[in-house]
Design a protein around this ligand. Structure first.
Ligand code: ATP
Ligand code: MG
Length: 592
């Protein structure tokens, strides 16, 4: 179980020369203005995400390359080239024009991962309409809440989703002027007060002059995952495309001949920034799997689709680990050269599992809906310290800060220069994909900044080599007998135990020590949740963490509560433990 603290890259790992081979050098000479030069731009300093992602390639040598390849269980694969995507998005932009939808108006898409979703997102961007993809498994109420918060005037959805989730609520969404429906069976929809999208697309023109949006024009609204409370609507701008391009290059190491798969749904920011925009910017072919998670299927896709760069999430990796190594070893992955993960802390066990089972370690990276793009990463060129989220990318200044303000005052912080100290992770404001506000919540937005720093709400520490280590969300950190305990450290140790599939750790109020550490674990198949196992896990944790930090209580759960994007919801574990109200559960898996 004792593994080396560092995974050194080998020549085999580096067989495709990484874009960020000279980390220090590139960082030193880096400017965002310079980075913007890599994009085509539009006359007069205009910048439009769709132009960079689609039309630029449609007009050049990559025009016939497959941009998006959709696969599903029961349907043949659908491939859309860059040229075709340019035509379809122009048609969609013309449809919006004909309906009188103006630049700056808002359009929501509620659909599974179907081609129309991608066309609607990129087509909206093309004509300066602000777009929000919504996760299709949301129930009617969270959908209506978001549409109302975003004051959307257009909704693109499918026949079925409309009937099931929108129709009965339509009157409660007064801003909605147009509902465009994608038919599920090919026959034009007959729902009153809706229009059939295919019909409009068929008669629309292929020619559309991209709206010359400014880099500060709003492009996308994205809702946060709701892990810590009610989801917030983060406002993003077209200038973000500079970050999408740079991070696609440095953090995902996209090369033109890659076959790339991002497993996130576009309903979450990862599925848009890196499931739609970044790979297209790099002229890369993206796989879109229309099905839900299935371990066997995923291994088959990695193998048969010859995926070379794979971007996934800790929750998926934990599920693959739970399904057992044998399943993974039944396939080979000769094309695979880089695996990255985001969304939650990646336990060292998971990094090693990748190396043992897929032949490649998993590269953790860190960012948020608010940052719009990857900020801190393990890139292919870096040696990995399992458990660390890596180092800040070029153009990103990160710091660990401590708060100086008194309760109720505006944030005031001081940078902690010394390595090895826990504090709040802060980023120097000003990178292009930084959010520009929370919808209808200016006060909350202002609280995210202290002078030049954007405050992330996450606690971390930096080591002497400049690697950042996630400690926990500020809300989740446990204060016990004068110690600050990060749940991640405890969970990672629990995950080392051969029976443990998942762990979530909370602080439980205690009259003597303030809080005691309580762990909830779910087990891998073949293990009985009995007292002997509980004591064994407890002993393992004590040995590794010491009595002050190890959990005092361990409870078994068949499944931990999680968001639909797969994040463990510690606030729910805590609310349930303490018998408190559960709060907003709109993003909870299996929830409303
Ligand atoms: P909400 O803000 O609504 O509570 P959320 O913070 O989960 O939800 P996202 O913006 O999707 O919404 O997630 C960003 C957060 O996810 C980060 O602030 C961090 O807490 C966590 N996170 C993302 N990547 C990593 C990572 N590599 N390591 C540790 N934590 C991560
Ligand atoms: Mg958040």
């Amino acid at each position: 179980m004792d593994r080396p603290a560092i995974i050194r890259k080998t020549e085999q790992d580096l067989r495709v020369a990484p874009h960020l081979a000279d980390y220090e050098g590139v960082r030193r000479g880096y400017s965002w203005a310079g980075a913007g030069q890599a994009l085509a731009g539009l006359p007069g300093g205009a910048l439009n995400i769709a132009h960079e992602a689609v039309d630029r390639h449609a007009l050049g040598p990559l025009r016939d390359r497959v941009a998006l390849r959709f696969v599903a269980n029961e349907a043949p694969a659908i491939e859309i080239s860059f040229a075709e995507l340019a035509r379809l998005t122009s048609r969609f932009a013309n449809v919006l024009r004909q309906l009188g939808v103006q630049k700056g108006e808002r359009l929501f898409v509620l659909a599974g991962r179907i081609p129309e979703l991608y066309v609607a997102v990129l087509g909206s961007l093309k004509c300066g309409v602000v777009v929000t993809p919504l996760f299709s498994a949301f129930g009617p109420e969270p959908i209506a809440t978001r549409i109302n918060l975003g004051e959307a005037s257009v909704l693109v959805t499918t026949d079925t989703l409309y009937r099931r989730k929108v129709k009965a609520w339509r009157e409660r969404m007064p801003s909605l002027r147009h509902v465009l429906l994608v038919s599920d069976d090919g026959t034009p929809t007959r729902e009153p007060d809706t229009v059939d999208l295919a019909g409009l697309m068929a008669s629309a023109s292929d020619d559309f002059a991209t709206t010359p949006t400014s880099p500060d024009d709003v492009s996308l609204l994205h809702f946060t995952s709701g892990t810590t409370g009610t989801p917030k609507g983060a406002i993003h701008v077209h200038g973000a495309v500079i970050t999408h391009h740079a991070t696609g290059r440095f953090a995902l190491d996209l090369h033109e001949d890659d076959r790339y798969w991002c497993t996130a749904d576009p309903g979450w920011v990862t599925g848009t920034s890196y499931g739609i925009i970044a790979p297209l910017l790099h002229g890369v072919t993206s796989l879109v799997d229309r099905e839900e998670f299935d371990a066997q299927r995923w291994y088959t896709l990695l193998e048969q689709e010859r995926i070379s760069v794979w971007y996934t999430a800790p929750t998926a990796i934990r599920m693959l680990m739970k399904a057992g190594a044998e399943l993974a070893r039944g396939h080979t992955y000769p094309a695979l050269r880089f695996i990255a993960s985001v969304g939650e802390p990646l336990n060292p066990e998971a990094v090693w599992w990748g190396k043992d089972v897929l032949g490649l370690p998993i590269h953790d990276n860190w960012w948020q809906t608010e940052t719009g793009g990857i900020m801190i990463a393990n890139t292919p060129a870096f040696d990995i310290k399992p458990g660390s989220m890596g180092r800040p990318l070029p153009g990103i200044d990160a710091a660990i800060v401590e708060h100086l303000e008194a309760e109720g005052e505006a944030p005031r912080v001081r940078e902690i220069a010394a390595p090895g100290v826990d504090g709040e992770l802060a980023l120097r404001a000003g990178w292009p994909s930084m959010f520009r506000g929370y919808l209808n919540n200016e006060a909350r937005y202002r609280k995210c900044f202290a002078g030049e720093w954007y405050l992330t709400g996450d606690l971390a520490r930096r080591d002497e080599d400049g690697y950042y280590w996630f400690v926990g969300r500020a809300d989740d950190v446990i204060k016990s007998a004068g110690h600050l305990i990060g749940p991640f450290e405890v969970e990672s140790v629990l995950m080392e135990h051969p029976a443990v599939a998942e762990a979530g750790v909370i602080g439980k109020p205690d009259p003597i020590v303030g809080e005691v550490v309580k762990a909830f674990v779910s087990l891998k198949g073949g293990h009985a949740a009995d007292e002997a196992l509980r004591l064994d896990i407890m002993a393992h944790a004590r040995k590794r963490l010491g009595a002050a930090v190890a959990p005092k209580e361990i409870a078994f759960l068949p499944m931990l509560p999680r968001t639909r994007s797969g994040k463990i919801m510690r606030r729910l574990l805590k609310a349930r433990e303490l018998g408190l109200p559960e709060g907003d559960t709109s993003t909870m898996e299996g929830g409303a």
